[in-house]
Write a protein that binds this ligand. Structure first.
Ligand code: NAI
Length: 261
């Protein structure tokens, strides 16, 4: 059965690899990005998200079977909050009615290993209360304090998105409508986003300390795409609310074997 997919961040990296994999598998797929996509929209603004949502519903003829949300920024700036958290949560909430019409609706989001890294709890809480103005102001305050505070922004967006997934997934609007809602938490993936971070031996040594990947080291974007595509496939009937770490063993290395107590 051919299904209709929307992929955000489709112009590059993990999103582009996911579009390619879905097309190879003969799915119908429409990409969203700020440029070079079927739907060009800026997910950092409310207007851009609403426009992207309306065009997604229209291009899919009213019924969307699956969304894979990859658009994101890693920069230590306030806009990262708007793209990584609100560009996911608000966009998905807008298209919920079209997902609900599918007989097998699924959503998967790219969170990150960074969801387990140090963060600003104040910023995470502001995102989870869906107060974008407050969250952006807190993030700007971190930027103003300097690099080490600003570097908490990315991990905060990913912690918030993984918590949002857990919180929303079990609600009547999602689980009650048969929609699985999950995230993936990649380690380091060789995409333009991290090209500078892994360009030199010194940079790689620093990253490898922060994100140790004993199993097979760095990922190619396609390897993340396989998991995103499985999570949104018909084979996934019961996995929901999860952040699945696809990280070469980073999570197990950093958090150890006892994460349940
Ligand atoms: P990328 O930089 O190659 O692709 C990101 C895409 O998002 C770009 O095409 C960009 O134009 C789009 N985008 C950015 N801002 C946008 C906006 N305002 N509106 C619409 N589109 C926008 O990055 P990559 O590596 O493919 O990242 C994809 C996702 O995976 C991101 O959410 C990232 O945080 C996450 N991730 C990446 C990791 C890595 O090591 N590359 C590791 C863990 C998570």
């Amino acid at each position: 059965m051919t299904r209709k997919y929307i992929v955000t961040g489709a112009a590059s990296g993990i999103g582009a690899a996911t579009v390619a994999l879905l097309k190879e598998r003969h799915e119908i797929v429409f990409g969203i990005d700020i440029h070079s996509a079927d739907i060009n929209a800026d997910l950092s603004t409310k207007g851009g998200r609403l426009d992207a949502a309306a065009k997604s519903i229209e291009i899919c003829g009213g019924t969307i079977d699956a969304v894979i949300a990859c658009a994101g920024l890693v920069h230590p700036i306030a806009k990262t909050v708007s793209v990584n958290f609100f560009g996911v949560s608000e966009y998905l909430t807008e298209i919920l009615p079209a997902l609900t019409k599918s007989s097998s609706p699924r959503v998967a989001i790219t969170s990150s290993m960074a969801s387990l890294m140090p963060n600003s709890s104040e910023l995470v809480d502001a995102m989870l209360t869906l107060d974008e103005n407050k969250a952006v102001a807190i993030a700007q305050g971190l930027v103003d304090k300097g690099h080490s505070e600003a570097s908490l922004i990315y991990g905060s967006t990913k912690r918030a998105v993984s918590r949002w997934v857990r919180r929303e997934s079990i609600k009547p609007e999602w689980a009650g409508a048969g929609i699985s809602l999950n995230a993936v938490g990649p380690g380091i993936v060789e995409t333009p986003m991290v090209a500078n971070m892994i360009a030199t031996a010194e940079a790689r040594a620093a990253i490898d300390t922060m994100v140790p990947m004993p199993l097979n080291h760095y990922l190619k974007p396609r390897q993340v795409a396989y998991l995103l595509v499985w999570l949104t496939s018909l084979e996934n009937t019961h996995t929901t609310g999860q952040t699945i770490y696809i990280d070469g063993g980073s999570d197990a290395t950093l958090r150890g074997d006892d994460i349940w107590s």
